[in-house]
Write a protein that binds this ligand. Structure first.
Ligand code: HEM
Length: 489
């Protein structure tokens, strides 16, 4: 089935021999980021596997991935039509649906402009530099309080469980103009989703490629559908409330600004009618969904690394104490004063590579890469984990060492080295929330570091092996924290 007519001068990508019906599924195993990295060592940065009967081209290596996603960006900018992607947000997701290029581009632009207006645009009025800073500072205060209460009442806490609510509140503030209490059951049911749900959307989910598997009883799939349904109902309720109270003279948040766009477009006869109102307003589903899971996973990893590496935490706190002080809340502008914190975040991104693959891509036309022919509509996996652990780029890639990013005197982050870490994707599909994600991780962490000292529990060893998924989480764990104020006393 797979024989393609390879144009003269080009070759078909190499790869392991597939079994009938299942292809190379068994070789993917439980950790596709590791098995596909190992295959890349054998077959090179462009190789082909088969999942079920569908060919998938896997790209690794900094140069090859940049060539595909940046220099040949248009050719590789599509999304494959996969089973789980069709189920997500009723098939209307901006990030996952195989929208035509024109429709996707309009929606992406709208998403970026709505996000900008309610996050990083400078505001002079509130005492904060922008809305994002205000949301993060307020949520960090609550988070510190929540963690301190957990310490007083239980003597430990599950970091992800608390962080995810605070991060969800930041994106809820921007998208819906509201926040939730840390014990709000509706929000907890939504954000504390089972890790296995992330497996459904991860690269290499066999049910996306082998239709038969969709009809077998499948607990993980059932749970995914339930979470998806809960999620849609949650957002839909808020969107309906927004429609009912919409006032074009008072645009309150991202949902309002998307509704406003639909209203404006109705008045504009030359507008592109192909993008339905539903597809415009449902952009908020993507922003909310992508906005809490990624950032909370990053922050939770960061806190676990702080507890696992007390000597690094001590240096981070020292730099913060010297360059910001303990008397005022850190701000986004403090970033340049805290190069070790920036280096630490980069190393958390690199070492955990908690988004091991980008969302799968798809070729939009017949193309060629490194002399290999890749036909239109081929599903493409981009192995970010491999780039972040490539021994030709990184000295001792499995060692956690933030100082690899610093200049010899420790005062600057080396920008060229920093750019080699790939966690937000690259090129046309690069994450639209990158600036917000980076700002959130920085400021939440700076505030947490200023107020709390994180530590392991007596006798505890922390296992930093990630659990595979679209976003890889650390194993569920309990940690401890002491208020810094108490330490000083
Ligand atoms: C796409 C990473 C935060 C919204 C992506 C992709 C990655 C990624 C790897 C896929 C790129 C590709 O397919 O090539 C991250 C990381 C984050 C983060 C590591 C935080 C540390 C956010 C935030 C938002 C967001 C805060 C929104 C507020 C999106 C959207 C897409 C996307 C809408 C789809 C873009 C498209 O398909 O055109 N992100 N992200 N992300 N991200 Fe993020």
């Amino acid at each position: 089935i797979l024989r393609t007519n390879v144009p003269e001068g080009l070759r078909q990508p190499p790869g392991p021999k597939p079994f009938p019906v299942i292809g190379n599924v068994l070789e993917l195993g439980h950790n596709p980021h590791l098995s596909l990295t190992a295959m890349g060592q054998r077959y090179g940065p462009v190789f082909q596997i088969q999942i079920g009967t569908r060919p998938v081209v896997v790209l690794s290596g900094n140069d090859t991935v940049r060539q595909a996603l940046i220099k040949q960006g248009e050719d590789f900018a599509g999304r494959p039509d996969l089973h789980s992607f069709r189920l997500l947000s009723n098939g209307k997701s901006l990030a996952f649906s195989p929208d035509q290029a024109g429709v996707w581009r309009v929606r992406r632009k709208l998403a970026m402009s709505a996000l900008r207006s309610f996050s990083v645009v400078k505001s002079g009025s509130s005492g904060y530099s922008c809305m994002l800073e205000e949301h993060i500072c307020k949520e960090s205060e609550c988070l510190v309080q929540e963690l301190s209460t957990a310490m007083e009442t239980k003597g430990s806490f599950d970091p992800f469980r608390h962080i995810v609510v605070s991060v969800a509140n930041v994106i809820c503030g921007m998208c819906f103009g509201r926040r939730y209490n840390h014990d709000d059951q509706e929000l907890l049911d939504l954000v504390n989703i089972n890790d296995e749900v992330g497996r459904v959307l991860a690269s290499g989910n066999p049910a996306d490629f082998i239709p038969l598997l969709r009809f077998l009883p499948n607990r993980v799939m059932k749970e995914f559908l339930e979470v998806n349904d809960r999620f849609l109902k949650f957002v839909q309720k808020i969107v309906t409330e927004h429609y009912n109270s919409f006032d074009k003279n008072n645009i309150r948040d991202i949902t309002d600004s998307l509704i406003e766009h639909c209203e404006d477009r109705r008045l504009d006869e030359n507008s592109n009618l192909q993008v339905s109102d539903e597809k415009i307003v449902s952009i908020v589903n993507d922003l909310f969904g992508a906005g809490f899971d990624t950032v909370s996973t990053a922050l939770s990893w960061a806190v676990v690394y702080l507890a696992a590496y007390p000597e690094i935490q001590a240096k981070l706190h020292q730099q913060l104490k010297e360059n910001v002080g303990m008397d005022r809340t850190p701000t986004l502008d403090d970033k340049l004063k805290l190069p070790l914190l920036e280096a630490f975040i980069l190393e958390v991104f690199r070492h955990s590579s908690f988004l091991p693959f980008t969302i799968p891509h798809c070729t939009t036309k017949d193309t060629a890469l490194n002399g290999f022919f890749i036909p239109k509509n081929t599903c493409i996996f981009i192995n970010q984990w491999q780039i972040n652990h490539d021994p030709t780029i990184w000295i001792e890639p499995s060692t956690f060492n933030p100082e690899r990013f610093l200049s010899p005197d420790g005062t600057d982050v080396n920008k060229l080295t920093a750019e080699k870490v790939v966690v937000f994707g690259l090129g046309k599909r690069r994450c639209v929330g990158e600036a917000i994600g980076r700002a959130e991780v920085f400021l939440f962490l700076a505030i947490l570091l200023q107020r709390l000292h994180f530590h392991k529990l007596p006798g505890q060893t922390l296992d930093l092996t990630p659990k595979y998924g679209l976003t890889m989480k650390h194993k569920t764990c309990q940690l401890g924290a002491r208020p810094r104020a108490q330490e000083a006393a």
